[in-house]
Design a protein around this ligand. Structure first.
Ligand code: UD1
Length: 432
C-alpha cells in the first residue's frame, strides 16, 4: 500500500501530502503539456535520424522514464529549458531495452510501433501502468500483424518482428488510444497506404499525427473517423514542436473549482477539448466562460446531482471520472457514474468513503449519495487520476487529509502541489 521511496538504516521513508481544508480555490493556473501526447512523441523521435526540439514537455516522472529508455537505446537527451528538450537520435542502436525498464509503465508499448518502424523488430516487457483492470493489447497486435509483422507474447515480453511493413486497411474492434497511435507509428515508414477505421480521436492522437507530419510523414484525418497514412521513405529531423496542452490536467483544475466552490482561470489550454466536461459541470451548476485558450470556472453553490457515463473522446473522459466523482460525492442528491472504459476505476471511492462520502461502487457503476461536506482522513492514491481526485477532496474537506502513494501523481502532474498552493490550498509535501 505504501510507496517506499528509500530504505535507510532499516527505516522506510515515505512522502505524503498534508492538506488542511476546506479552501475555496481562487486564482490562475498554467496548464502543462499533455502527458499522453508526450509519452508518444518521445518514442516517435526514434523514427528519424536527427535532432528534434520539443517544447511544452511536461516535467513528470513518466517523461523522465521515457528519456531514460531512449538514452538506453543511444539517444542523446538534453533539457534545454524547464520544459524544452532536445532529442538526438543519430546514434540509435537497434537493441532490446532491459525488460524491467519497459514493464514499469504502460506507454512503453509505443516502442513496439516506433522500433518496428526504425529497426524492423522490437521487444518490450508486457506493459505495466495504473492498475485499472485488464489492459489487453490485442488491437495493437492486430494492427502490427496487418502491416506484416509477426508478434509473439512470451515470457512476460512482447516480441515483434517484420522484414518489411506494408500498408493495409485496419478496422479497430475497440476504440483504443494506444493502438491507434501505435499503428500510426508503425505505418508512417511502411510501403503504401494504411487506413485505420474506428480510431481513437483524442487531442493527443491529433498531436502525435501533427508531430509526425512536421517530420515529413503523410497522415490525414487524425481526429476523425478514419485515419489515412501514406507511407514515406524517411522522416527528417531538425524540427521544433510544442506539445498540446494537457486537457486532463485542465479538466482536473476545472473540477477542483467545482468541488471547492472556487474561482479559477485555467490558462494555456484548449477549451474545445473539454466540451463534454464543460457541459457536465454547467449541468451541476458551475459557471464557465470559454476564453478559447483559457477557461474560467467558478462555483457559488453545492453541485447538483448528475448522471455521467465515460466514453472515448469526445465523450466524458475516464481520466476525469474520479475528479468528477469528488464533485458528485458533495452534490445535492444522488448521482450515478457509469465507467465504460476501465472496470477497476472506482478504487478511489473506498478512500473517499473514509472521508465521509457515501458511494457504493459495483462493477462498472457507482452510486453517489451526496453529502454536505467531507472530513479529512489518511487516504491512499490507487492510481494517477485517483490521486488527483483525493487531492481535490482534501482541499474541499474540513480538517487534515494525508495523501499517500505519491509516485502515482508524480507520474502525470507537474508540480501539482505548487499549482494548488498558488490557488490558495494549504498543501505540503512531507517526508516521514
Ligand atoms: C490511454 C491513456 C489513459 C486513458 C485511456 C482511455 C495513455 C498513455 N494512456 O490508455 O490515460 O485512460 O487511453 O482514454 O495515453 N483495449 C482493448 N484492446 C486493446 C487496447 C485497448 O480491449 O488492444 C481496451 C482497454 O481495455 C480499454 C479500452 O480499450 O477498455 C481503451 O483503452 P485504450 O484507449 O487503449 O487505453 P490506453 O491507450 O492504454
Amino acid at each position: 500500500m505504501y510507496s517506499i521511496f528509500n530504505l535507510t538504516n532499516g527505516g522506510i521513508i515515505l512522502d505524503k501530502l498534508v492538506i488542511n481544508g476546506p479552501t475555496r480555490l481562487k486564482g490562475e493556473v498554467n496548464i502543462s503539456g499533455a502527458k499522453n501526447a508526450a509519452v508518444a512523441i518521445l518514442p516517435a523521435t526514434l523514427l528519424i535520424n536527427g535532432v528534434c526540439t520539443i517544447d511544452n514537455m511536461p516535467n513528470i516522472s513518466d517523461v523522465k522514464i521515457y528519456c531514460n529508455i531512449l538514452e538506453e537505446l543511444g539517444a542523446k537527451i538534453t533539457w534545454t529549458g524547464k520544459n524544452e528538450i532536445q532529442v538526438d537520435t543519430r546514434n540509435i542502436s537497434c537493441k532490446n531495452v532491459p525488460i524491467d525498464m519497459t514493464s514499469k509503465f504502460r506507454a512503453s508499448y509505443y516502442l513496439l510501433g516506433s522500433l518496428l518502424g526504425r529497426c524492423g523488430s522490437a521487444e518490450v516487457g508486457v506493459p505495466g501502468g495504473c492498475k485499472l483492470g485488464a489492459r489487453p493489447i490485442d488491437q495493437h497486435i492486430k494492427g502490427f500483424e496487418a502491416l506484416g509483422a509477426k508478434v509473439d507474447v512470451t515470457g512476460g515480453k512482447i516480441v515483434a518482428k517484420a522484414k518489411k511493413l506494408t500498408g493495409n486497411h485496419i478496422y479497430m474492434d475497440i476504440v483504443s488510444v494506444g493502438a491507434t497511435i501505435n499503428v500510426m507509428l508503425a505505418s508512417v515508414l511502411a510501403e503504401g497506404t494504411t487506413t485505420i477505421d474506428n480510431p481513437a480521436k483524442e487531442p493527443h492522437i491529433v498531436d502525435v499525427a501533427n508531430f509526425l507530419n512536421t517530420m515529413g510523414a503523410d497522415i490525414r484525418g487524425a481526429g476523425t473517423d478514419v485515419i489515412k497514412i501514406n507511407g514515406v521513405k524517411e522522416l527528417k529531423g531538425n524540427i521544433t514542436y510544442s506539445v498540446v496542452p494537457d486537457q486532463i490536467e485542465a479538466g482536473t483544475f476545472m473540477l477542483a473549482a467545482v468541488a471547492s466552490r472556487g474561482d479559477i482561470l485555467i490558462k494555456n489550454c484548449v477549451a474545445e477539448h473539454l466540451d463534454s466536461v464543460i457541459a457536465k459541470i454547467v449541468e451541476v451548476g458551475a459557471n464557465v466562460e470559454d476564453l478559447g485558450d483559457s477557461i474560467h470556472v467558478w462555483m457559488n453553490k453545492r453541485p447538483s446531482k448528475a448522471i455521467i457515463k465515460t466514453l472515448p473522446y469526445p465523450g466524458f473522459p475516464t481520466d476525469l471520472q474520479p475528479q468528477m466523482g469528488v464533485c458528485l460525492s458533495l452534490a445535492d442528491g444522488t448521482s450515478i457514474i457509469n465507467e465504460s472504459i476501465w472496470e477497476s476505476r472506482f478504487q478511489y471511492t473506498e478512500e473517499l468513503n473514509k472521508m465521509g462520502a457515501k458511494i457504493t461502487a459495483q462493477g462498472k457503476s457507482a452510486i453517489f449519495e451526496g453529502v454536505k461536506s467531507l472530513t479529512g482522513a489518511p487516504v491512499y492514491m490507487t492510481d494517477l487520476r485517483a490521486g488527483a481526485a483525493l487531492i481535490i477532496a482534501g482541499i474541499s474537506a474540513s480538517g487534515t487529509t494525508e495523501v499517500y502513494n505519491l509516485d502515482h501523481i508524480d507520474r502525470g502532474y507537474e508540480n501539482i502541489e505548487e499549482k494548488f498552493r498558488k490557488l490558495g490550498a494549504k498543501i505540503q509535501r512531507v517526508t516521514e
